[in-house]
Design a protein around this ligand. Sequence first.
Ligand SMILES: Cc1cc2nc3c(=O)[nH]c(=O)nc-3n(C[C@H](O)[C@H](O)[C@H](O)COP(=O)(O)OP(=O)(O)OC[C@H]3O[C@@H](n4cnc5c(N)ncnc54)[C@H](O)[C@@H]3O)c2cc1C
Length: 401
Amino acid sequence: MDFRDAPAEVAFRDEVRSFLDANFPPDFATDANVEWGLFNGARRQIPGHADFIKEWTAKLNVHGWGAPHWPKEYGGGSLSVKQQFILNEEFSWRRAPRPGGIGHGWAGPTIMVYGTQEQKDRYLHRILSGEDAWCQLFSEPGAGSDLASLQTRAIRDGDDYIVNGQKIWTSGAHRSDMGILIARTNPDAPKHRGISYFLLDMKTPGITVRPLVNMLDSHEFNEVYFEDVRVPKSQLLGEENRGWYLAATTLDFERSGIATSVAHQLIVRDLTRFARESEVGRAAVSNRDSLRNELADRAIEAQVEGLISYRIISMQDRGEIPNKESSIAKLYSSELDVRLATTSMHLTGMYGQVNDREDARSIGGRIPRFYMHSTTSPIGGGTSEIQRNIIATRGLGLPRA
Ligand SMILES: Cc1cc2nc3c(=O)[nH]c(=O)nc-3n(C[C@H](O)[C@H](O)[C@H](O)COP(=O)(O)OP(=O)(O)OC[C@H]3O[C@@H](n4cnc5c(N)ncnc54)[C@H](O)[C@@H]3O)c2cc1C
């Protein structure tokens, strides 16, 4: 593949850079490359951020960049996957919040394809404007990797469904207005065929959201309980019992993982600066070739991660659908996240455990959070074991166990 931008892509990249120069205040750079949905929900309450988010959303939407992969008719950008890639890459280098999240990435595209006109009119513009934050109510205590085993029931009662059951690990449920819910509507059908897809108003009576505080002492995900929750039939998306197939819909969405690769390269850059410029960093590497080599390995691996992203984007650009390649990218990226966090700890030593010392602050004071958060990378979005299974069966042609 030729990694260079074609002339039209050079022009687009310039346009994105000029936009960021003119509009993005570096003060609002996020700690990591946070996707829009997460940023939108998480920062809503912080003074000053709410106004910024409102303005930023409006500015992005003028260009269709609030939802670059959505068709123009729905307020998106109709950008090609290559343009989305460039947009993601450039936003990530600035640590500017990028469009994304459950509303933009999942709910919106699925509503566009399967929704009634009424559902489209009601929800799509509210996702774009940031009025509605969405969460994803898929995983259950007994159904994560094997999601089709889910037990939450939705039983038809006149013009409503009555939902009972429990979801878990629901990111952002406590600050979401809406949720995409999959629940079992036919317990007698084979497990993939008895599931339906609902657009759920999170304020419906009978829904209880209980916080799950993680080891960062941060409230990101939740348990969500449903007790006789009445969901009107008008909130069913697509056909009853076809929900499993809807859950796979994402439109033509760039999923190369370039943002994570850039985030990792930025962390390597910060760590290298720390090793060169700070007293603690210099002391750590001065007599330890092994630590310098470790840092060099991470730098190379972050570049390799970028090349894997290029491989995926080149396939998407040719109209191919990455399959095992996406699993390779997810596996490589989440395991690199863990290795890079470990290297950060090796380099910062005991200071890696504090947020408020000058030395720690020089790399953003984010090492302890990064280290603890990295443990979730090989789990969220599909575990490393599941990715290995996919690579083994679809990539290497090995038999299923
Ligand atoms: C940070 C974070 C945010 C999340 N946000 C959401 C959210 O917003 N909404 C939502 O619905 N879910 C969310 N999840 C849940 C996530 O999708 C599940 O945790 C994930 O799919 C794994 O499921 P599980 O936790 O039930 O583990 P299990 O599936 O029970 O797996 C347990 C262990 O067994 C292994 N295993 C399972 N099956 C196999 C197999 N066939 N072969 C080999 N090994 C196997 C797994 O790899 C894992 O090590 C989130 C998770 C995290 C970590």
